[in-house]
Design a protein around this ligand. Structure first.
Ligand SMILES: NC(=O)C1=CN([C@@H]2O[C@H](COP(=O)(O)OP(=O)(O)OC[C@H]3O[C@@H](n4cnc5c(N)ncnc54)[C@H](OP(=O)(O)O)[C@@H]3O)[C@@H](O)[C@H]2O)C=CC1
Ligand SMILES: CC1=C(/C=C/C(C)=C/C=C/C(C)=C/C=O)C(C)(C)CCC1
Length: 317
């Protein structure tokens, strides 16, 4: 149980990746300032987290079952927290979905929205009223750079992150009146099971109903580009956990928090041209023309800052 002065943190999706990284970092805080409730939909997947937490498990870290897609599970979990008192809610649970739209089922698309959008909304709806009553609390959402700038073949995943961005941007204003803070964490590529699943899906899934030309673009240009981007810019869950802790501890936490300065120029394209054409044409060029030869860390970043892509993309495709 949390002791006097400790802040109670509830995190969703802690069986792997970023959620696990944040849970371990906060639970192992040397001054024991946090009492972490790490949740996951299946406690059979707890072993890696328990091992990484070491002696923090049972002291500053406890586990609860929680499926963000179920009203009942969310309510049961929050009700089982002492006095329902949660100081910091971290919405991390999420699923990816890559592929040409015509090759994806509506069911898979709905699951992405059910988890990434409604899952976070369901959590916020359950926890926020208590925070408003107490006039204190911090809600964080692990969103994505794809919630700020769409990426080809990630149409539905990106849309789910845009949705949560719009929801939170609106809600943050109202919450300020109650001294409740809302912050978005915006990672670029991070090496987790998410990456493995993405690479496996691109190469192995059938995407029935997709024409051969599109499938070819997806399996060659996109896969090569994505692998390059992960290799050159990929962060670790520890990097994201560090940024998240900094945001939690900031006296005035910013609303949006990009975690990766190397990815920032890609997002910045959008703000450099309010017609949106610069990003659409630059991404076209990066995806279809630079493809396999694109060395993201050096070549691409140089191209973006010297403006050569801009010149080349002014002519219509
Ligand atoms: N990896 C990346 O490149 C990036 C990831 N993100 C975001 O970070 C977050 C974490 O992803 P990441 O750590 O990379 O990926 P992982 O696949 O490693 O982790 C996702 C976590 O979400 C959990 N989860 C999925 N569905 C549910 C559900 N219905 N209820 C509760 N938990 C659920 C998974 O649990 P289970 O074990 O049960 O499947 C797992 O613990 C996501 O929101 C993702 O969109 C953002 C930017 C980049
Ligand atoms: C930028 C970019 C690409 C890929 C970006 C990727 C793959 C980003 C991954 C971000 C993640 C994983 C976010 C998770 O939420 C392409 C399409 C290769 C070429 C066009 C420009």
């Amino acid at each position: 149980m949390a002791t006097e002065g400790q802040r109670v943190v509830l995190i969703t999706g802690c069986s792997s990746g970023i959620g696990m990284g944040i849970a371990v970092r906060l639970a192992r805080d040397e001054n024991q300032r946090y009492y972490v409730i790490a949740t996951m939909r299946d406690l059979k997947r707890k072993d890696k987290l328990v091992e990484a937490a070491g002696d923090a498990y049972g002291r500053t870290l406890s586990l609860l079952t929680l499926d963000v897609c179920s009203d009942e599970s969310v309510k049961q979990c929050v009700d089982s927290v002492k006095d329902r008192h949660i100081d910091i809610l971290i919405n991390n649970a999420g699923v990816g979905l890559v592929g040409p739209v015509e090759g994806l089922s509506m069911e898979d698309m709905a699951n992405v929205f059910e988890t990434n959008f409604y899952g976070a909304v369901r959590m916020i709806k359950e926890v926020m009223p208590d925070m408003k009553r107490r006039r204190s609390g911090h809600i964080l959402v692990i969103s994505s750079v794809m919630g700020l700038q769409g990426v080809a073949f990630n149409d539905v995943y990106s849309a789910s992150k845009f949705a949560i961005e719009g929801f939170c941007e609106s809600l943050a204003v109202q919450l300020l009146k109650f001294n409740v803070t809302l912050s978005m964490i915006e990672p670029g590529p991070v090496h987790t099971e998410f990456e493995m699943r993405m690479i496996e899906d691109v190469s192995k899934k059938e995407f029935a109903g997709t024409d051969a030309e599109t499938l070819h673009h997806f399996r060659t240009c996109y896969l090569t580009g994505a692998v390059n981007i992960f290799q050159a810019l990929g962060q670790t869950p520890k990097d994201i956990a560090k940024v998240t802790q900094k945001v939690i501890e900031s006296p005035r936490p910013p609303f949006r928090n990009l975690t990766n300065p190397l990815y920032t120029p890609i997002v910045a394209l959008k703000y450099a041209d309010d017609t949106g054409s610069l990003s659409v044409h630059t991404f076209y060029h990066m995806l279809y023309n630079l493809g396999g030869v694109m060395n993201v860390s050096v070549g691409l970043m140089k191209c973006l800052s010297c403006g050569c892509i801009r010149k080349r993309t002014i002519s219509p495709i």
